[in-house]
Design a protein around this ligand. Sequence first.
Ligand code: ADP
Length: 248
Amino acid sequence: MKEGTERKLIIDGKRLDGRGFEELRPIKIEIGVLKRADGSCYLEVGDNKVIAAVYGPREMHPRHAQDAKMAVIKYRYNMAPFSVDDRKRPGPDRRSVEISKVSREAFDPVIMKEYYPKMAIEVYVEMLQSDAGTRTAGINAASVALADAGIPMTDLVSSIAVGKIDGEVVLDLTGVEDNNGEADMPIAMIARTNTITALQMDGHLTKEEFKRGLKLAMGACHQIYELQRAALIERYSKSEGREEKKRD
Ligand code: ADP
């Protein structure tokens, strides 16, 4: 539970990195960055740097974990030990298990799992550099990597966090803001249909703040959706992406 600290995060109406309250950090998306993956994406949101790799659909192992009616989605979020200031202990921990579960569930409504009974679709999200909002950056990258792998989906999923710092509701918290702020609320959604597929909250928001934050986050997801779409269109319209990738 967040308490907030004495550290000032808003000075003269601006945040410490110069952004306004409703401003996203710069986002960069690159597709097809890994040769061995069926689909991949490198994505930056400010100082977050993440790679998502998708494998499959391929046979699910162990066999007893297969689902006779649909594919099983495996989602592994991992934060590299060197991705944060104080080296993080390598390997899975409670946090990464929770983030993997929530992120997988964010894709449940869009992936057409029934097309691939007994198969597995594997999503690996590796944080190379972390500065808060890593689960949401990971979901954005995974969404594009799934599309790059040609996994049938009804739509893309887009994701961002809103939070509260110095009593103000703001978009897309940095690490300093997250550590010293009063609340952090990541969401994931299908932007085209305004369907929320994941929502978490750390800290406390009033009902009004929650409503304002949700509206802000939903607006930002629409912006992110356009960036994801534009990156996919660019990759596939110019170079007939998948064909070219196979020939590499
Ligand atoms: P998210 O990255 O999705 O916002 P958290 O709120 O759990 O998830 O983490 C916020 C930030 O705190 C991370 O992006 C990272 O910069 C930092 N952080 C999280 N866990 C660790 C850790 N074990 N060691 C060092 N820094 C961490």
